[in-house]
Design a protein around this ligand. Structure first.
Ligand SMILES: NC(=O)c1ccc[n+]([C@@H]2O[C@H](COP(=O)([O-])OP(=O)(O)OC[C@H]3O[C@@H](n4cnc5c(N)ncnc54)[C@H](OP(=O)(O)O)[C@@H]3O)[C@@H](O)[C@H]2O)c1
Length: 300
């Protein structure tokens, strides 16, 4: 499948990689932003993100909007988390509802997150697993419900339950690497919690795979086939950086620094990308060692 691809949140970390890969695969990419700019980085044209965005001429749409949650969850920030996810998805549904059915994009990939599963210990979490509990799980559930409104209008909708995305331009990877460079890297809490991770190149590649794969719809776990316990992740990262993983960070210290976001870092989600694997997607980086070697060598 190719044609015109719209990306809401195209200016972000994942959006930029997706735009580059989509353009290389032959899509004409149209980015949506509250601050539109000139073409470049795979984006042929930008459109504004007003109250009523213009979705005309798009064959497929990807929604990657969302204010970062890796900071203290003040009441004002929580409003921002909600508006930039549920609010943006509702605006997409309203905009598409106003268009003649034949002119709507045929596919929507709407971001969600593995946070929907809550804190689940060693349970294997495929797409059929029930959502969990907690603030982030509730946020993701409402986000996915908003995406279901688009599905009711006809387009094929995939709800992309993204894991921790690894890329040198991404905040998560930078925050993981920095303590090691300072010589204070270590596991978080007990380190037993499972971390679903994915290399940013695989995330973008899998989204394009999903767009072109007519049988994929509904929830899709966007994480690598081999999640790691935080303990093993930390050890492998230390080894790749040639720095020791010495100092465990106790939960109280995480809570002191991160506030409620610490619960997310300590939550366990053993997510498996069953839908992607069964649809034939081949991960370039199925295992963490290969992903880390690539990221640290190329600075991608
Ligand atoms: N990175 C991860 O590890 C990770 C993990 C799980 C899920 N996700 C989800 O994946 C999506 C993309 O993540 P990312 O890391 O690429 O985020 P990012 O770099 O922070 O980019 C977020 C994008 O959202 C747009 N945005 C923010 N608030 C908006 C609003 N109120 N209305 C319209 N657009 C808004 C921004 O666009 P403009 O400022 O240009 O308008 C920006 O391009 C997010 O929904 C995030 O929750 C990410």
């Amino acid at each position: 499948m190719s044609g015109q691809l719209g990306i809401v949140g195209a200016s972000g970390f994942i959006g930029r990689e997706l735009a580059r890969q989509a353009a290389a695969a032959g899509w004409r990419v149209c980015g949506f932003s509250r601050s539109p700019r000139g073409p470049g980085g795979g984006i042929a044209a930008w459109r504004d993100w007003p109250e009523r965005p213009d979705f005309r001429g798009l064959d497929a749409l990807v929604n990657l909007a969302g204010e970062p949650v890796n900071r203290r969850w003040t009441a004002e920030r929580r409003r921002g988390f909600h508006d930039s996810r549920i609010g943006v998805t509702e605006r997409i549904a309203a905009g598409l509802a106003e268009m003649p059915a034949a002119e709507r994009p045929r596919v929507l990939v709407n971001s969600s997150a593995v946070g929907i599963y809550g804190d689940r210990g060693d349970e294997i979490l495929e797409e059929g697993a029930a959502p969990g509990s907690g603030y982030l799980a509730d946020l993701c559930r409402d986000w996915e419900r908003a995406a279901d409104r688009v599905a009711a209008l006809g387009p094929r909708v995939m709800k992309w339950r993204t894991g921790v995305v690894l890329g040198s331009e991404g905040a998560a990877f930078r925050q993981m690497v920095m303590p090691f460079r300072l010589g204070i890297g270590g596991r978080l809490g007990s380190g037993k919690q499972w971390m679903p991770w994915i290399h940013v190149a695989d995330l973008a590649g899998s989204i394009l795979h999903g767009i072109g794969h007519p049988t994929l719809s509904g929830p899709v776990n966007g994480s690598a086939p081999e999640p790691e316990r935080n303990l093993d992740f930390t050890r492998k990262l230390g080894k790749a950086l040639r720095r020791p993983a010495l100092l465990p960070v106790p939960p109280f210290a995480l809570k002191l620094v991160l506030g409620e976001f610490a619960e997310v870092v300590l939550a366990s989600q053993r997510a498996i990308p069953r839908a992607l694997l069964e649809s034939g997607f081949r991960f370039r980086y199925p295992a963490l060692d290969g992903a880390l070697a690539d990221l640290l060598a190329t600075g991608k």
